[in-house]
Design a protein around this ligand. Structure first.
Ligand code: PMP
Ligand code: GLN
Length: 386
């Protein structure tokens, strides 16, 4: 930890993803830690990026994002969820969902406000709440089904609560919030006049159940900032094209912040993601089917290797409990694993305030080629025997 780091960021050293990907590279391990696919997305989308570069779309795009992408995002929200957004006033393009989350929290929170979220939570949430000089209150999702106690949610709301930050499909648990659970969240928002910020980057990776945007629930569209990105849906996580959909006043607030974070980003990639969003249903169906196959393969392999597996309903990730293997400390386990058998995973404890709850849990990415998943499982089984 650097002594120069401002106090509000103390404790946010290096992200676990950077640490574990560096460990994977240093040890030549199979990286089931950081969530990124090991195959490129659709050729048509790749070609569209190349064409945009060759066409000369290489200077600053407009601050709110190129019109082609904003219109494609609006069409996507209509096509999949029946949500209508005006591409000129209700859609904003960002540098990935990461910037959208940061810009939303910075835009909407006064110092001292509180943000309610669910733990385990994606690592940037706590850091962005801290950057906004806000406080966080967490409601725990508990295995095996990662349900939450509605009373715990209600108790987390105080007079200082500004917004609920919701991630569904959820990283790291793979939980997909049900319509009934979302209604509980919506009721709390409506009763206490809270805003909602939703992170839906895994919206097209739902294996069981359905993805329901919070904004589709009665009364919620007007108070919800919906965030997504093209990284997962099109298997181009390095492109960092994200977006926000919200009513004009909320988009304007987020835009004001966003323009001083990056101003704009990814010009040619914006045109390409627009092409991706308009791909036919066959693309979305085969992408999902391929990833479901990988989820099933990895879950079966991890169970075979002796882990307790919490089968995810969505996302790139599978969470396991390591206690059946006689292990208790997920962080120590993940730091040792590459040296023991050449496999990298992520310890879920880093996503928890309640460290005891997260300690024995370890997350594995299933978004890899089947033969890579099989090889990882072979190594894990050999290590478990040895
Ligand atoms: N939210 C969640 C839950 C994620 O898993 C990720 C991972 N990439 C992000 C946000 C960031 O998305 P992006 O790469 O579009 O910034
Ligand atoms: N979202 C990815 C994950 O959870 C990581 C992205 C990142 O490294 N920030 O693995």
């Amino acid at each position: 930890m650097s002594e120069y780091l401002a106090s509000r960021l103390r404790g946010f050293g290096t992200t676990i993803f950077a640490e574990m990907s560096a460990l994977a590279a240093a040890t030549g391990s199979i990286n089931l830690g950081q969530g990124f696919p090991d195959e490129d997305g659709p050729d048509a989308v790749k070609r569209a990026a190349v064409e945009a570069i060759e066409r000369g779309c290489n200077q600053y795009p407009p601050g709110i994002g190129v019109a082609e992408l904003r219109r494609a995002v609006a069409r996507h929200q209509q096509r999949f969820y029946g949500l209508t957004y005006d591409p000129d006033t209700e859609v904003l393009v960002t540098a990935g969902a990461t910037e959208a989350i940061a810009a939303a929290l910075l835009a909407l929170c006064e110092p001292g406000d509180e943000v309610v979220t669910f733990e385990p939570y994606y690592d940037s949430y706590a850091a962005c709440v801290a950057l906004a000089c806000a406080g966080r209150r967490v409601v725990q999702l508990r295995p095996p089904d990662y349900a939450f106690d509605p009373d715990e949610l209600r108790a987390a709301v105080t007079p200082r609560t500004r917004l609920v930050l919701l991630n569904s499909p959820h990283n790291p648990t793979g939980k997909v919030f049900t319509r009934e659970e979302l209604q509980v969240v919506a009721d709390v928002c409506l009763e206490h006049d809270l805003l909602a910020v939703t992170d839906e980057v895994y919206e097209h990776l739902v294996y069981d159940g359905e993805h329901v945007p919070l904004a589709t629930l009665p009364g919620m569209r007007d108070r919800t900032v919906t965030i997504s990105s093209g990284g997962k849906t099109f298997s181009f996580t390095g492109w960092k094209v994200g977006w926000v959909c919200a009513p004009p006043g909320l988009v304007a607030a987020v835009r004001t912040t966003k323009q001083f974070l990056t101003y704009v980003s990814g010009g040619p990639f914006q045109y390409a993601i627009a092409v991706g969003l308009d791909l036919g249903d066959d693309y979305y169906a085969s992408f999902l089917a391929g990833m479901r196959e990988r989820r099933d393969r990895l879950c079966a392999g991890l169970a075979d290797a002796g882990f307790e597996v919490f089968v995810p309903q969505g996302t790139y990730f599978v969470t396991t409990d390591i206690r059946p293997l006689g292990e208790r400390d997920g962080l120590a386990f993940c730091r040792a694993l590459p040296h023991r058998c050449g496999v990298v995973a992520v310890p879920n404890v880093v996503f928890y305030d309640d460290e005891a709850a997260g300690a024995p849990l370890v997350r594995w990415a299933c978004c890899k080629r089947p033969e890579v998943l099989d090889e990882a499982v072979t190594r894990l089984k050999a290590a478990a025997r040895g």
